[in-house]
Design a protein around this ligand. Structure first.
Ligand SMILES: C[S@@+](CC[C@H](N)C(=O)[O-])C[C@H]1O[C@@H](n2cnc3c(N)ncnc32)[C@H](O)[C@@H]1O
Length: 235
């Protein structure tokens, strides 16, 4: 976490200042972008969901209204944002967990989640490839990633990206939809749907991708392992 603190110094400062007013300031934007995520999310028989860069826990609250039984884990790099999330929904053993951590190094075990969401934050993640590899690690096979983020395909967002590059000290990568789906596929996830949408003045995109099931023929077959001839029988 220490290396991350250095890399994210400006962002941490910003969200420490934002946290008390985040929900008020970004209420309408959040409602529009999070309801898109809610619309596409396959909650069917999902039992465990990880919300990466969960912020003040707004999305967790929306999810709990729809599916009170869902186990939700929220991870965020900013303690003040997480504190707001904890005030909104106090931790509930086995039901709601809040954890400090980064998208690039998620503080959770592998293959634990049916759904992983990351909303309004991926453009802030400094090592996208590492984060996507982590998303895949923690998703169960056949689990689903739902990613909602700013989209540079909209002229206004292109302009916003250029302005932010000049005036904002936080490095962001505002991607085009095809760039984002390319990165997701490079991480070994299969894109199932992708779309652009507007949330007021914001140009957004939403991608749903699946962590493919490991075909049984590709599963590790001990008898074919080069180590097999040297292995000792188990007694
Ligand atoms: C714009 S807020 C969005 C919060 C929430 N996902 C939502 O849609 O309401 C961005 C959040 O991303 C978090 N964040 C940014 N980079 C992160 C990273 N690498 N790992 C974990 N959290 C990160 C910030 O601390 C902040 O809480």
């Amino acid at each position: 976490m220490n290396a991350a603190k250095t890399k994210y110094k400006n962002l941490l400062k910003r969200y420490a200042a934002y946290a008390p007013q985040y929900d008020r300031k970004w209420g309408r934007y959040s409602a529009a972008t999070l309801s898109k995520a809610l619309e596409v999310i396959p909650l069917g028989d999902a039992s465990a969901l990880l919300d990466v860069a969960c912020g003040t826990g707004l999305f967790a609250q929306m999810l709990r209204r729809q599916r009170p039984q869902l186990q939700i884990t929220g991870v965020d790099i900013s303690s003040p944002m997480l504190e707001k999330a904890m005030q909104r929904i106090p931790p509930l053993p086995g039901k709601v967990t809040w954890q400090l951590g980064t998208a690039e190094q998620l503080p959770v075990d592998s293959a634990q989640f049916d759904v992983l969401t990351c909303t309004n934050a991926f453009h802030l993640v400094q090592d996208a490839a590492k984060a996507l590899a982590e998303f895949r690690r923690v998703l169960r096979s056949d689990g689903t990633l739902v990613l909602v983020d700013w989209c540079r395909d909209f002229p206004l967002m292109k302009f916003r990206a250029a302005m932010l590059r000049v005036f904002d000290r936080q490095r962001r990568q505002i991607r085009q939809l095809d760039e984002l789906t390319g990165a997701i596929e490079a991480a070994g996830l299969a894109v199932e749907s992708k779309e652009r949408f507007r949330a007021g003045l914001w140009g957004m995109m939403c991608v749903v991708a699946c962590n493919p099931q490991v075909p049984s023929s590709r599963m590790f077959d001990e008898s074919k392992s080069p180590l097999a001839e040297h292995s000792m029988p188990v007694r």
